[in-house]
Design a protein around this ligand. Structure first.
Ligand SMILES: [Zn+2]
Length: 532
């Protein structure tokens, strides 16, 4: 019998993946080795014999025993920020301020004119763990606007020329402009930092497009099929939409609104703005800053900076006003809260709107430090903690100095947070952390840095099980974006968004997890990445 005749007896699919070990988070059933895909959807799952006797496809992947997972999702990230950041000097590996300066001098050779923009420095990695000042950069780059954002995005160092170009008026808010020896050091926090960053000249639309195409490729290489963008303007969202429709961005994106009137007027309609690739159904708010720059708002002072308790950047009244609007329009609230005071404020404000048993899925982003008395509020009002497992292992070197032993017991408490609602999304907050979902998985289960420290894992009582960690980057991440009916697990009728690894991350030895290799990334039935 000819091949065609054989095809006549079978139904046509577009792509068949066979000889695989296929995971659905809900069932690790044996004997499932084959998936048939058509028009971007999974149309059949079963054994090789079952599926291949019924379907044929022009494209086939022989997985040779590899492991097939639902496409990995980052539940909290900044996609456009990551893309734009690809043009900046990367300061994240600098071990001293002198190294920062060295990187900038190298960067200047490649970019001889215009602003110098860098990001990722972290004084906690340096021998001298204090904020730098701008004296040296003023001297080395006279008249050049230099803006260097700290790793957490909540603080930056600006040269005098950048301060001038930004047009901000000094002294400004006294808690946001750091003064040293009676003069402005060039360090700015929170809103003043945002203002200075806002004055950096934007790249052209074609440059932005190129950067987003590169960012998409990097995400797919890491195994990501869906990401979030935590806080965007209308024109950014419309640009994403047009690039997705043109096939240039092949990532699914959950785009959250930055809180502004233009966004509300355009997007808060009776029907949600939703395409197969883009969902706009959440508002992003900030309640406080970050722990690293001591901007997270705590109930009692920082142990290493008393009497500083950090700052709330949004009042309860301001948050409530946005909550009201979101509630009325069926939008999610996704509010950044890191310190226990900020977390409490958001929990209490949300609870004025949410009824027990609700399905609004209002989220607290990060939920890093939670007061003992407040954990149960997550469960009582179905408020979803949205965590980033790598934050625990990035902060572990200094978190105890900031918080002290007692408070630390309720920090990065991912397992306890998971127990509140029985499900919990996980992400990276990239570009603050790297984009790799496998690092998230590893940090969640092993509670170790990528270098394997500490030996015994960091506060292991809050480690997640392998299965829970997998769910947190697949079906629970989808649920946190209201896309669980379409994605997050491998089931007939769902989108064919798939990540194939050479490793069984549910039972491989721990030290093998980070060596896992992404073999294929598939979005909407299309192979968007294939390992060489
Ligand atoms: Zn974020």
């Amino acid at each position: 019998m000819s091949l065609d005749a054989c095809h006549d007896l079978k139904e046509k699919a577009d792509l068949i993946i066979y000889n695989a070990k296929i995971f659905t988070p809900d069932s690790v059933a044996g004997g499932i080795s084959c998936i048939a895909i058509q028009k971007g959807k999974i149309i059949a799952i079963g054994s090789d014999a079952q599926i291949r006797s019924r379907y044929w496809a022009p494209d086939n992947i022989n997985a040779t025993g590899a492991f097939v997972y639902p496409g990995f999702t980052d539940a909290h990230s900044h996609f456009i920020g990551f893309a734009l950041g690809l043009r900046y000097a990367d300061l994240s590996q600098a071990q001293s301020f002198a190294e920062v300066v060295e990187i900038l001098q190298g960067y200047r050779k490649l970019h001889p004119s215009g602003w110098i923009v860098g990001k990722g420095w972290d004084q906690n990695k340096w021998a001298k763990k204090v904020f730098p000042d701008n004296k040296l950069i003023n001297k080395l780059f006279p008249g050049v606007p230099v803006v260097l954002t700290r790793i957490d995005g909540h603080a930056l160092l600006a040269s005098d020329a950048a301060i001038k170009a930004s047009g901000i008026s000094l002294p400004g808010k006294k808690e946001e402009a750091v003064i040293r020896d009676g003069v402005f050091s060039g360090i700015f926090l929170e809103e003043m930092a945002d203002q200075i960053r806002g004055s950096i000249p934007l790249p052209s639309v074609s440059e932005i497009t190129d950067l987003m195409v590169i960012a998409t490729r990097l995400c797919h290489e890491a195994g990501l099929t869906a990401v979030t963008d935590a806080g965007l303007a209308k024109k950014e969202i419309l640009l994403l939409d047009s690039l997705q429709k043109a096939g240039k961005i092949t990532l699914r994106i959950d785009a959250w609104l930055s809180p502004n009137e233009e966004n509300y007027t355009y997007f808060m309609k009776d029907t949600l703005f939703r395409t197969p690739f883009l969902r706009v159904g959440a508002v992003k708010m900030y309640a406080d800053g970050a722990l690293g720059s001591r901007g997270a708002c705590l109930l009692s002072p920082y142990l290493d900076d008393s009497p500083n308790r950090g700052i709330l950047v949004t009042t309860p009244e301001q948050l409530a006003a946005v909550c009201k609007r979101a509630y009325e329009h069926g939008f999610q609230m996704n509010t950044h809260a890191i310190g226990d005071s900020a977390v409490r404020m958001v929990l209490r404000t949300y609870s004025k709107f949410l009824k027990p048993g609700n399905n609004r899925r209002w989220r607290i982003e990060h939920a890093q430090v939670v007061n003992e008395n407040d954990f149960s509020l997550f469960a009582r009002y179905q408020i979803i903690p949205s965590v980033q497992a790598t934050h625990a292992t990035s902060d572990m070197k200094w978190a105890r100095q900031r918080l002290g032993y007692a408070r630390l017991q309720n920090a990065y408490a991912y397992k306890r947070l998971l127990q509140q609602n029985g499900w919990m999304p996980n992400g990276t907050d990239f570009p603050i952390e790297g984009i790799q979902p496998l690092y998230t998985f590893y940090a969640a289960v092993a509670r170790k840095s990528p270098q394997g420290d500490p030996d015994e894992g960091y506060m292991m009582e809050n480690a997640l099980s392998r299965m829970d960690a997998l769910k947190s980057i697949t079906c629970w991440a989808a649920k946190a974006s209201f896309t669980e009916k379409e994605r997050g697990s491998l089931e007939v009728g769902k989108d064919a968004d798939i990540t194939i690894l050479n490793t069984n991350i549910l039972n491989a030895p721990e030290q093998k997890l980070l060596m896992s290799k992404v073999l294929y990334t598939i979005v909407n039935g299309q192979i968007v990445y294939k390992a060489r």
